[in-house]
Design a protein around this ligand. Structure first.
Ligand SMILES: Cc1cc2nc3c(=O)[nH]c(=O)nc-3n(C[C@H](O)[C@H](O)[C@H](O)COP(=O)(O)OP(=O)(O)OC[C@H]3O[C@@H](n4cnc5c(N)ncnc54)[C@H](O)[C@@H]3O)c2cc1C
Length: 504
C-alpha cells in the first residue's frame, strides 16, 4: 500500500442514525416500539420491515381460515385489552395491531419495504451499521441504503417468511395438479369441488381442513404421525361474565389473562406429572364429537407425551365436526411417491388429488438471515451462548425476542420489552454506550446445551435448525428457559450489574 493510499479518507456511506433499530414489524417489533416510546421516550428509534405492511406472521399467512392457535388475551399485549373471541382470525389480529400503531403514533417510526441484508458492529464507534435493500413499492426496483444504530432489537421472528418448508418426495414433478404451501397461498386458488390432500396435521392443517371442507369435493389430512389436539369453545366464560357485569375492559383483560395462564400452568404441570391423564382428557374432547367408541389409534395417538410439541387448539372442535360430516378424513401413513393423479402411500393405498397442500412447516431463520459481522469477523450464532435467552455472549448492544412455545409468544415479547428498556436506562445511568454479555471465569467450563432441549420440546423445524441456533448454558443467567412463570418474576428484577453484562 502506498502512502497516498493510506492517507486517502475512508468515505462512509451516507446513513441515517437512530438510538435503537428494531428489526421487523410483527407483533414483537410493534410491541418493542410501544415499550420504547412509553419507557424511553427520549430515544430515537426506527423499525425496518421487509414487507409492505405490519403484521409479520399475520400478514404473511393468507390461507383459508388463518387464525391464532392460542388465545388473544395472552397473545395480545398486556397493555392493550383484547375484546373479541379468544381464538382470532389473522385480520382481527391485524386490526388489533393497527390500533396499537394508531393509538401510539408508531407509524411514523416504521419503514416498510426495507430488507436488512447485513449488520456490522464496530467497537471503535460503539454502533451497528446496517445495509438495507429498499424496494420501491411502485416500480419494484431496489436500492441500497444504510442505517446506523446504537442498539439492535431483533424482532424478526423465527422462520423465513419468503418460503415454507417442503420436503422433497419422489415424483413431485409428475403430479399434474397444483402443489401449494400454506405460507404462499395463491389468491386465486379455486378448490371448489376439488379433491384435496393436506400433508401434515399441525395447527395449520387443523385450521385449513375445516375452512376448506364445505367447498371441496373431499379433503384428506395425510399425516405421518399424529398430533395432540385440544378442543374447546371459542368463548371465555369468565370474560363473558365480567362483560355482563360491565367491568372495564382493562380489568377484564388482566383478570382473564391471569385465569388463562393459571389454567395453562395446570395443564403444563399435568403434561409432565401425569401425561397419561392429560392424554385421556384430550381424547375425551375428541370423542365428544366423533363418538364415545371412536378408536383413537392410529390417527390421534402421538408417540410422544402431550406438550412435547405445540398442542393444537381446535376451537369449537371444527376439525372434528369436518371429519364427522364425512367431508374430511384422516390417513396415517407415509408417502411413497407422488404420481400424476395423487399420492401413493407405503401401505400401497393411493390418494387421488387435484390439489396437494404441503402443511409441512417452516424453515427457521437465525436472526433474520442477516449477514452479521463483529469488527469485521463473520458472526456464527451457534458459537454464542444466550444471556437470559435474550442477548448473546460477545455480541454488544443486541437483544432478541424469542417467545414461548407453550405459552403465547407475546408474553415474552412484553417481558423482554421491559428488560431492554430497563437495560437502555441503566446504560444511560452508568454513562455506558456498550453492553456485552461475557462468560465469567467460573462459566468457562460450563456445559453447553442446545438452544431448545429436544427432550422438552422437539418440533421438526427446531430440530432441523438446532445446529445453527445459539447455545444455552447449564446455569443462570445463561439458560434459555421457556418458563414464563420463572421469567415473569426473574426478568423484571434481574440484577444488571451481575458481572455477566459488561458495560463500557
Ligand atoms: C400460522 C401461524 C400461527 C401462529 N399462531 C400462534 C399463536 O396462536 N400463538 C402464539 O403464541 N404463536 C403463534 N405463532 C408463532 C408466531 O409466529 C409468533 O407468535 C409471533 O407472531 C411472532 O411474532 P414476531 O413479531 O416475533 O415475528 P414474525 O411474525 O415472524 O414477524 C417478523 C417480521 O420481521 C420481518 N423481518 C424478518 N427478517 C427481516 C430482515 N432481515 N429485514 C427486515 N425485516 C425482517 C418479517 O418480514 C416479519 O414481518 C404462529 C405462527 C404461525 C406461522
Amino acid at each position: 500500500m502506498t502512502d497516498t493510499a493510506t492517507l486517502e479518507p475512508v468515505t462512509k456511506p451516507a446513513s441515517e442514525h437512530f438510538d435503537v433499530l428494531i428489526v421487523g414489524a410483527g407483533i414483537s417489533g410493534i410491541g418493542g416500539a410501544y415499550h420504547l416510546s412509553e419507557q424511553c421516550p427520549e430515544k430515537s428509534f426506527v423499525i425496518l420491515e421487509t414487507q409492505d405492511g405490519f403484521g409479520g406472521t399475520w400478514r404473511t399467512h393468507t390461507y383459508p381460515g388463518i387464525r391464532s392457535d392460542s388465545d388473544l388475551y395472552t397473545f395480545g399485549y398486556r397493555f392493550k385489552p383484547w375484546t373479541g373471541a379468544p381464538i382470532a382470525s389473522a385480520d382481527k389480529i391485524l386490526d388489533y395491531m393497527g390500533e396499537v400503531i394508531d393509538d401510539n403514533d408508531l407509524d411514523r417510526h416504521i419503514r416498510y419495504n426495507h430488507a436488512i441484508a447485513s449488520a456490522t458492529w464496530s467497537t471503535e464507534d460503539h454502533q451497528w451499521t446496517l445495509k438495507v435493500a429498499r424496494t420501491d413499492a411502485d416500480t419494484g426496483t431496489s436500492e441500497t441504503g444504510y442505517f446506523t444504530a446504537n442498539f439492535l432489537w431483533m424482532c424478526q421472528g423465527y422462520y423465513r417468511h419468503e418460503e415454507g418448508y417442503t420436503p422433497e418426495w419422489p415424483g413431485m414433478e409428475e403430479f399434474a395438479g397444483q402443489i401449494v404451501h400454506p405460507q404462499r397461498w395463491p389468491d386465486d386458488l379455486d378448490y371448489t369441488d376439488k379433491e384435496v390432500v393436506v400433508i401434515g396435521s399441525g395447527a395449520t392443517a387443523a385450521t385449513l381442513i375445516p375452512a376448506m371442507a364445505p367447498d371441496v369435493s373431499h379433503i384428506t389430512m395425510l399425516q405421518r404421525s399424529p398430533t395432540y389436539f385440544a378442543t374447546g369453545r371459542n368463548h371465555n366464560e369468565l370474560a363473558d361474565m365480567l362483560r355482563e357485569l360491565e367491568i372495564d375492559e382493562e380489568w377484564i383483560h388482566e383478570i382473564v389473562r391471569r385465569k388463562i395462564l393459571h389454567d395453562q400452568n395446570l395443564i403444563t404441570n399435568m403434561a409432565f406429572d401425569d401425561p397419561a391423564a392429560l392424554r385421556e382428557q384430550l381424547f375425551a374432547g375428541i370423542k365428544e364429537i366423533l363418538g364415545e367408541d371412536y378408536e383413537m389409534s392410529p390417527h390421534f395417538t402421538p408417540n410422544y407425551d402431550p406438550w412435547r410439541q405445540r398442542l393444537a387448539f381446535v376451537p369449537d372442535g371444527d376439525l372434528f365436526h369436518g371429519l364427522a360430516s364425512g367431508k374430511a378424513s384422516v390417513v396415517t401413513d407415509e408417502i411413497e411417491s407422488f404420481t400424476e393423479t395423487g399420492i401413493t402411500l407405503t401401505s400401497g393405498e393411493t390418494l387421488a388429488a387435484d390439489i396437494i397442500v404441503t402443511a409441512t412447516g417452516f424453515n427457521m431463520n437465525v436472526l433474520g438471515d442477516i449477514n452479521f459481522t463483529i469488527d469485521g469477523a463473520p458472526l456464527n450464532f451457534h458459537d454464542r451462548v444466550g444471556y437470559r435467552g435474550a442477548m448473546f455472549t460477545d455480541i454488544p448492544n443486541m437483544a432478541w425476542v424469542f417467545g414461548y412455545f407453550r405459552a403465547s409468544w407475546t408474553l415474552r415479547a412484553d417481558l423482554i420489552g421491559d428488560f431492554v428498556c430497563r437495560l437502555l436506562q441503566h446504560m444511560d445511568e452508568r454513562g455506558a454506550t456498550m453492553v456485552t454479555p461475557r462468560l465469567r471465569p467460573e462459566d468457562a467450563d460450563m456445559e453447553l446445551n442446545p438452544w431448545v432441549d429436544p427432550e422438552n420440546f422437539n418440533p421438526g423445524y427446531i430440530q432441523r435448525a438446532l445446529h445453527l441456533m445459539p447455545k444455552s448454558g447449564d446455569r443462570q443467567p445463561w439458560i434459555h428457559s421457556q418458563d414464563y412463570w420463572m421469567e415473569r418474576k426473574v426478568l423484571p428484577e434481574a440484577d444488571l450489574d451481575d458481572g455477566c453484562l459488561v458495560f463500557e
